[in-house]
Design a protein around this ligand. Structure first.
Ligand SMILES: [Fe+2]
Ligand SMILES: [Fe+2]
Length: 213
């Protein structure tokens, strides 16, 4: 196991790999967080709950960020790293942060049902801050470590497991909903935005989308 991530080579995002796929999905999640941030800011200013849009963003966060993305990390990548380095601490921290995020999403859903604008804004802002920091840690620390730890055979097995997970839980319809939210809040669609288009958002669902191959 590498002793210091500062000495690790940068992530290779040109190559389809266990971590480049997840890095691509992070870009989609960040676009969702852009929408959530603006939604919360406007709700706070207007003292009004955007019920339909809030329910939509919560559903897509649960469906894509949690059930597609975090599931790949928790069920496939993290166990693979733990097999190589038993007790590998960074993934335990990442799992804990996923759980904290779920608590905030649950809080948002309860606040929407109760038309509790302040509660919604508080959980939305806390969630966005937490997940942005979490993604930074994965992109800057965990993924470079994982890239150094995984052999070509490990990578191939993980990519196969991602494809299998994508067949069981297709993400294509959720990506269309991300784009719809992005349009509502004035952001470019994930398919048209160069900074947001992942090179390798592989999910295995065969939706035919350019970002979902
Ligand atoms: Fe994560
Ligand atoms: Fe992640």
């Amino acid at each position: 196991m590498p002793s210091c991530h500062a000495h690790l080579p940068p992530l290779d995002l040109e190559r389809l790999s266990a971590v480049s796929v997840l890095h691509g999905e992070h870009r989609i999640i960040l676009r969702l967080l852009d929408c959530l941030d603006l939604m919360a800011e406007r709700a706070a200013k207007a003292h009004a709950m955007p019920v339909l849009e809030a329910r939509d963003v919560i559903a897509v966060l649960r469906g894509f960020a949690d059930e597609c993305h975090h599931a790949k990390e928790e069920r496939i990548l993290f166990p693979a790293l733990e097999r190589l380095a038993p007790g590998f601490g960074p993934v335990q921290v990442m799992r804990h942060e996923h759980d904290l995020g779920r608590d905030h999403v649950r809080g948002m859903a309860i606040a929407v049902d109760a038309v509790d604008v302040a509660g919604f804004v508080q959980d939305a802002q806390a969630f966005s801050g937490l997940l942005r920091q979490h993604i930074d840690k994965e992109n800057e620390v965990l993924f470079p470590m994982a890239q150094a730890m995984l052999s070509a055979e490990d990578d191939a097995a993980i990519l196969n497991a991602y494809r299998e997970a994508g067949r069981e839980r297709p993400c294509g319809p959720l990506l269309a909903r991300v784009d719809s939210l992005a349009g509502t809040y004035g952001f470019a669609s994930i398919g048209e935005s160069p900074e947001c288009t992942p090179r390798h958002a592989l999910c295995g669902c065969g939706s035919g989308s350019g970002i979902c191959r």
